[in-house]
Design a protein. Structure first.
Ligand code: SF4
Ligand code: SF4
Length: 183
Protein backbone atom coordinates (compact mmCIF):
# COMPACT_ATOMS: atom_id res chain seq x y z
CA UNK A 1 0.00 0.00 0.00
CA UNK A 2 1.40 3.41 -0.86
CA UNK A 3 2.12 5.90 1.92
CA UNK A 4 -0.70 8.14 0.65
CA UNK A 5 -3.27 5.40 0.25
CA UNK A 6 -4.86 5.78 3.72
CA UNK A 7 -5.57 9.46 3.08
CA UNK A 8 -7.67 8.57 0.05
CA UNK A 9 -9.20 5.35 1.29
CA UNK A 10 -10.05 6.45 4.84
CA UNK A 11 -12.95 8.84 4.09
CA UNK A 12 -14.81 6.26 2.02
CA UNK A 13 -14.21 3.56 4.61
CA UNK A 14 -15.43 5.81 7.43
CA UNK A 15 -18.57 6.66 5.44
CA UNK A 16 -19.27 2.96 5.00
CA UNK A 17 -18.78 2.37 8.72
CA UNK A 18 -21.01 5.27 9.73
CA UNK A 19 -23.72 4.05 7.39
CA UNK A 20 -23.46 0.57 8.88
CA UNK A 21 -23.73 2.05 12.40
CA UNK A 22 -26.82 4.00 11.31
CA UNK A 23 -28.47 0.97 9.75
CA UNK A 24 -27.98 -1.02 12.95
CA UNK A 25 -29.11 1.91 15.07
CA UNK A 26 -30.21 0.81 18.52
CA UNK A 27 -31.22 -2.66 17.39
CA UNK A 28 -30.05 -5.54 19.56
CA UNK A 29 -30.26 -9.34 19.17
CA UNK A 30 -33.42 -9.59 21.30
CA UNK A 31 -36.23 -7.10 21.82
CA UNK A 32 -35.23 -7.11 25.48
CA UNK A 33 -31.77 -6.36 26.90
CA UNK A 34 -30.03 -9.70 26.40
CA UNK A 35 -27.22 -8.60 28.72
CA UNK A 36 -29.60 -9.39 31.61
CA UNK A 37 -29.58 -13.06 30.57
CA UNK A 38 -25.86 -13.49 30.90
CA UNK A 39 -24.45 -10.56 32.87
CA UNK A 40 -23.20 -9.06 29.59
CA UNK A 41 -20.81 -11.97 29.18
CA UNK A 42 -19.54 -10.74 25.81
CA UNK A 43 -18.18 -7.59 27.46
CA UNK A 44 -16.16 -9.38 30.13
CA UNK A 45 -12.40 -9.85 30.02
CA UNK A 46 -10.88 -13.28 29.70
CA UNK A 47 -7.99 -14.44 31.90
CA UNK A 48 -5.48 -12.49 29.79
CA UNK A 49 -7.40 -9.21 30.09
CA UNK A 50 -6.35 -8.51 26.50
CA UNK A 51 -9.28 -10.05 24.63
CA UNK A 52 -11.32 -7.57 22.67
CA UNK A 53 -13.12 -6.84 19.47
CA UNK A 54 -11.45 -6.74 16.08
CA UNK A 55 -11.93 -3.40 14.40
CA UNK A 56 -12.89 -3.02 10.76
CA UNK A 57 -10.51 -1.14 8.42
CA UNK A 58 -9.94 2.45 9.55
CA UNK A 59 -12.38 2.04 12.45
CA UNK A 60 -9.50 2.89 14.81
CA UNK A 61 -9.90 6.46 13.55
CA UNK A 62 -12.94 6.73 15.82
CA UNK A 63 -10.74 5.79 18.78
CA UNK A 64 -7.77 8.05 18.18
CA UNK A 65 -8.71 10.24 21.16
CA UNK A 66 -9.92 9.35 24.66
CA UNK A 67 -13.71 9.02 24.98
CA UNK A 68 -15.44 10.10 28.18
CA UNK A 69 -16.82 7.11 30.07
CA UNK A 70 -15.02 4.58 27.89
CA UNK A 71 -11.84 2.97 29.18
CA UNK A 72 -10.18 1.27 26.20
CA UNK A 73 -6.90 0.79 24.41
CA UNK A 74 -5.98 -0.48 20.97
CA UNK A 75 -3.54 -3.27 20.24
CA UNK A 76 -2.15 -4.39 16.89
CA UNK A 77 -3.97 -7.41 15.49
CA UNK A 78 -3.43 -8.68 11.95
CA UNK A 79 -6.12 -11.37 12.15
CA UNK A 80 -8.32 -9.81 9.47
CA UNK A 81 -5.88 -7.61 7.59
CA UNK A 82 -2.33 -6.31 7.85
CA UNK A 83 -2.11 -3.35 10.18
CA UNK A 84 -5.41 -4.21 11.88
CA UNK A 85 -6.31 -3.27 15.44
CA UNK A 86 -8.21 -4.83 18.32
CA UNK A 87 -10.07 -2.72 20.84
CA UNK A 88 -9.65 -3.90 24.42
CA UNK A 89 -12.17 -2.42 26.84
CA UNK A 90 -12.98 -2.67 30.53
CA UNK A 91 -16.50 -4.05 30.11
CA UNK A 92 -18.65 -0.97 29.64
CA UNK A 93 -18.97 1.74 27.02
CA UNK A 94 -21.37 4.39 25.78
CA UNK A 95 -23.59 2.70 23.19
CA UNK A 96 -22.86 5.29 20.51
CA UNK A 97 -19.15 4.48 20.68
CA UNK A 98 -19.42 0.72 20.30
CA UNK A 99 -17.24 -0.81 17.60
CA UNK A 100 -19.11 -2.42 14.74
CA UNK A 101 -18.16 -5.94 15.84
CA UNK A 102 -19.94 -5.33 19.18
CA UNK A 103 -23.04 -4.05 17.39
CA UNK A 104 -23.23 -7.24 15.32
CA UNK A 105 -22.47 -9.75 18.06
CA UNK A 106 -23.39 -12.62 18.28
CA UNK A 107 -23.93 -12.50 14.53
CA UNK A 108 -21.40 -12.06 11.79
CA UNK A 109 -21.62 -11.18 8.12
CA UNK A 110 -21.11 -14.25 5.98
CA UNK A 111 -19.81 -13.40 2.55
CA UNK A 112 -21.64 -15.47 -0.03
CA UNK A 113 -20.62 -15.46 -3.66
CA UNK A 114 -22.76 -16.77 -6.52
CA UNK A 115 -22.61 -16.81 -10.33
CA UNK A 116 -18.92 -17.75 -10.31
CA UNK A 117 -17.95 -14.73 -8.29
CA UNK A 118 -20.10 -12.25 -10.22
CA UNK A 119 -22.49 -11.62 -7.36
CA UNK A 120 -21.61 -11.17 -3.68
CA UNK A 121 -24.09 -10.88 -0.89
CA UNK A 122 -24.14 -10.86 2.89
CA UNK A 123 -25.94 -13.50 4.89
CA UNK A 124 -26.16 -12.94 8.66
CA UNK A 125 -25.20 -16.00 10.68
CA UNK A 126 -24.31 -16.92 14.24
CA UNK A 127 -20.65 -16.11 14.81
CA UNK A 128 -19.02 -19.40 15.84
CA UNK A 129 -16.77 -17.42 18.20
CA UNK A 130 -19.87 -16.41 20.18
CA UNK A 131 -20.48 -19.94 21.47
CA UNK A 132 -17.88 -19.58 24.21
CA UNK A 133 -19.77 -16.85 26.04
CA UNK A 134 -23.19 -16.13 24.53
CA UNK A 135 -26.28 -18.13 25.48
CA UNK A 136 -28.31 -17.04 22.43
CA UNK A 137 -26.96 -19.57 19.91
CA UNK A 138 -28.23 -22.36 22.15
CA UNK A 139 -31.46 -20.63 23.08
CA UNK A 140 -33.20 -20.73 19.74
CA UNK A 141 -30.39 -19.24 17.68
CA UNK A 142 -31.40 -17.09 14.73
CA UNK A 143 -35.06 -18.10 14.98
CA UNK A 144 -35.34 -16.61 18.46
CA UNK A 145 -33.60 -13.37 17.59
CA UNK A 146 -35.17 -10.12 16.53
CA UNK A 147 -35.82 -10.29 12.79
CA UNK A 148 -35.28 -6.54 12.60
CA UNK A 149 -31.80 -7.03 14.02
CA UNK A 150 -30.96 -9.82 11.59
CA UNK A 151 -32.20 -7.77 8.65
CA UNK A 152 -30.19 -4.75 9.82
CA UNK A 153 -27.02 -6.88 9.99
CA UNK A 154 -27.70 -7.99 6.41
CA UNK A 155 -28.29 -4.44 5.18
CA UNK A 156 -25.25 -3.09 7.05
CA UNK A 157 -23.15 -5.81 5.43
CA UNK A 158 -24.53 -4.98 1.98
CA UNK A 159 -23.45 -1.41 2.57
CA UNK A 160 -19.99 -2.41 3.77
CA UNK A 161 -19.19 -4.57 0.76
CA UNK A 162 -19.56 -1.54 -1.50
CA UNK A 163 -16.21 -0.51 -0.03
CA UNK A 164 -13.13 -2.43 -1.13
CA UNK A 165 -11.35 -2.31 2.24
CA UNK A 166 -14.40 -3.65 4.04
CA UNK A 167 -14.93 -6.29 1.39
CA UNK A 168 -11.35 -7.45 1.78
CA UNK A 169 -11.66 -7.65 5.58
CA UNK A 170 -14.91 -9.60 5.32
CA UNK A 171 -13.36 -11.88 2.72
CA UNK A 172 -10.39 -12.58 5.00
CA UNK A 173 -12.73 -13.22 7.92
CA UNK A 174 -14.72 -15.62 5.76
CA UNK A 175 -11.55 -17.54 4.90
CA UNK A 176 -10.76 -17.71 8.61
CA UNK A 177 -14.22 -19.05 9.44
CA UNK A 178 -13.96 -21.63 6.64
CA UNK A 179 -10.65 -22.80 8.10
CA UNK A 180 -12.10 -22.95 11.63
CA UNK A 181 -14.99 -25.10 10.42
CA UNK A 182 -12.60 -27.74 9.09
CA UNK A 183 -11.63 -28.64 12.69
S1 SF4 B 1 -23.24 -12.62 25.46
FE1 SF4 B 1 -24.96 -12.78 24.02
S2 SF4 B 1 -26.79 -12.68 25.34
FE2 SF4 B 1 -25.07 -11.88 26.53
S3 SF4 B 1 -25.09 -9.63 26.17
FE3 SF4 B 1 -23.68 -10.56 24.68
S4 SF4 B 1 -24.98 -10.87 22.85
FE4 SF4 B 1 -26.38 -10.59 24.58
S1 SF4 C 1 -16.61 -2.10 23.56
FE1 SF4 C 1 -18.51 -1.97 24.72
S2 SF4 C 1 -19.95 -3.41 23.75
FE2 SF4 C 1 -17.87 -3.90 23.04
S3 SF4 C 1 -17.11 -5.51 24.42
FE3 SF4 C 1 -16.45 -3.52 25.26
S4 SF4 C 1 -18.04 -2.90 26.69
FE4 SF4 C 1 -18.90 -4.52 25.41
Amino acid sequence: MSFFMPFFARPAALRALRDAYDILGDLTPLKMNCGKLCGAACCQSDETGENGMLLFPYEEWFYRKPIKGFDFHLVPDDTLFKGGKRLVCQGSCPREHRPLACRLFPLRMRLHTTDEGQHTEIIPEIDPRSWVCCPLPEQGGLRAMSQDFIEAVRKAGQRLIQNDDMLEALYNEQQLMNEMRKF
